[in-house]
Design a protein around this ligand. Structure first.
Ligand code: NDP
Length: 484
């Protein structure tokens, strides 16, 4: 048991105003591993006040280069505590330690370093105008940013918001998902240790319906940066309209991974499985629709199914494990419901399909699952399952591949497997998706923007593009006419 954790407000740790707490469960053991404070509306008010004071005070007064140095220091201290952060990420989410320790926590640290470098390079322009006036622009922070993040990549998705927000001079209130609050709290602890001024980063654990909703409605918050479910995103947009907040929404996906017959098929098979089973399929950009050319369909899906059957769920803390526990009981039940619906609608189950056990009799483990003979109107071809379930759909030619790929309300990502460079670029240009991977899948870099088309959201995270979403432009006119 990791004990009882408090809220971080204005540099101080405190219980929720009404002393409410909530349990954190390890999905691999079903045990309660911590109790965290559950923030009330009064706590949200206090956090907004602290963040606003820091925004007007020490954070605004700090030279940008110094701000960047402090953010870099935060990254360095996180690096020193990499093992602890990774272990916590695995304990509350169920993801394999190899994903936390070697991929996601290092990416979170790198994200912080990348944006630390931007802090003193955010510049305006001087603009030639008709008159002799001097016209220039300043890029100014928005103010107080609320970062509301989900449970699938708790620290990494928090950092995609916290890092650019801080680097551009905003202050932040971070609300992690109820299921996975532990790494956000450790981030807060490290921020206090490195001397981030009080109130610059506040961490409010608590429920979406209370703390989350209060943040979205609060007139003292200037921007909501959200990742999560599309329906939650729509609610947030409605609620935030009242106070006309800036918004970036990174929402769901049903991403197509398209395999043409001229592809390196061994690489495509690996890409198809990594595309869906990394992170137990709890990945917004998961390649959950495998679109395969009819001429190679049978052989390709047989091989994908064979590879899938070799993937066995294991103890997430074991460095050899590649498939961890589904994040919660509710999520496991939801995914299994989709499996039943797929069977009822006539899809052919060719691998997995059931809950599984790692020999402990505990934990929310599931077999990686593949369905063949999926048609575009079936539920598993349309809805985001957010679990290790792949739906294979056939196509006849390039145009049909593009049409089927785009036949979705989502547009987060897509994959293309082909050796034909013209086809690759042509198809990439036609896909309605914020990210297109050619002959690879599920790769990210802090410098490369990420975000959705259509109902996968708007705004971009990462890279230089992210800076636009955390700053506003002020145009300054200086009359020089007296000098003529
Ligand atoms: P949500 O979108 O509801 O949760 C994401 C974050 O938003 C959490 O911090 C949550 O808090 C918070 N939140 C919830 N309601 C509100 C609200 N009204 N105002 C402000 N914040 C709110 O996802 P769920 O965890 O409920 O998962 C539901 C489904 O969403 C999953 O099964 C999956 O299909 C999909 N999903 C998609 C993700 C993606 O990246 N595309 C990520 C996560 C889920 P709290 O945790 O307390 O509810």
């Amino acid at each position: 048991m990791l004990g009882r954790k408090q809220l971080l407000i204005g540099g101080e740790w405190r219980d929720a105003s009404d002393a409410a707490t909530m349990p954190v469960i390890n999905p691999a053991t079903e045990e309660v591993i911590a109790e965290v404070a559950s923030a009330s509306r009064a706590d949200v008010d206090a956090a907004v006040e602290a963040a606003r004071a820091a925004f007007r005070g020490p954070w605004a007064q700090m030279p940008a280069r110094e701000r960047g140095r402090l953010i870099w220091k935060l990254a360095e201290r996180m690096q020193e505590r990499l093992d602890e952060l990774s272990r916590l990420e695995t304990l509350h989410n169920g993801k394999p330690i190899t994903e936390s320790r070697h991929i996601e926590v290092p990416m979170a640290i790198e994200c912080l370093q990348y944006f630390a470098g931007w802090a003193d390079k955010i510049q305006g322009d001087t603009i030639p105008v008709k008159s002799s006036a001097l016209v220039y622009t300043r890029r100014e922070p928005l103010g107080v940013v609320a970062a509301i993040v989900p449970w699938n990549f708790p620290l990494l998705l928090a950092m995609w918001k916290v890092a650019p927000a801080l680097a551009t001079g905003n202050t932040v209130i971070l609300k992690p998902a109820s299921q996975t609050p532990l790494t956000a709290l450790l981030l807060g602890e490290i921020a206090v240790e490195v001397g981030l001024p009080a109130g610059v980063l506040n961490v409010l654990t608590g429920s979406g319906s209370t703390a989350g909703q209060a943040l979205v409605e609060h007139p003292g918050i200037d921007k909501i940066a959200f990742t999560g479910d599309t329906s939650t995103g729509k609610n947030i947009m409605r609620s935030a309209a009242e106070t006309l907040k800036h918004l970036t929404l990174e929402l769901g996906g049903k991403s197509p991974n398209i395999v043409f017959p001229d592809a390196d098929l061994d690489a495509a098979i690996r890409g198809a499985t990594v595309g869906i089973f990394y992170g137990k399929g709890e990945v917004c950009a998961a390649g959950s629709r495998l679109l395969v050319d009819r001429s190679i369909k049978q052989e390709f899906i047989d091989k994908v199914a064979a590879r899938t059957k070799k993937m066995v769920a294991g103890d997430p803390l074991d460095p050899k494990t590649r498939l961890g526990a589904i994040s919660s009981k509710g999520q496991l039940e939801r995914v299994l419901r989709y499996v039943e619906v797929a069977k009822q609608e006539g899809a052919s189950l060719v691998a997995g399909g059931s809950r599984t056990d790692i020999g402990t009799g505990k934990g929310y483990f599931m077999q990686p699952t593949v369905f063949a003979d999926v048609t575009p109107e079936m539920t598993i071809a349309r809805e985001e399952i957010f679990g290790p379930v792949l739906a294979a759909i056939e196509f006849g030619d390039v145009d049909e591949a593009i049409a089927r790929a785009n036949d979705s309300m989502y547009g987060l990502a897509a994959g293309i497997w082909t050796r034909d460079i013209r086809k690759a670029h042509y198809v990439a240009s036609k896909l309605q998706a914020g990210t297109v991977w050619v002959n690879t899948y599920n790769v990210y870099d802090t410098a490369a923007p990420f975000g959705g088309y259509k109902q996968s959201g708007f705004g971009r995270e990462l890279g230089q593009h992210a800076i636009d979403y955390y700053t506003q432009t002020k145009t300054v006119w200086v009359d020089l006419s007296l000098l003529h």
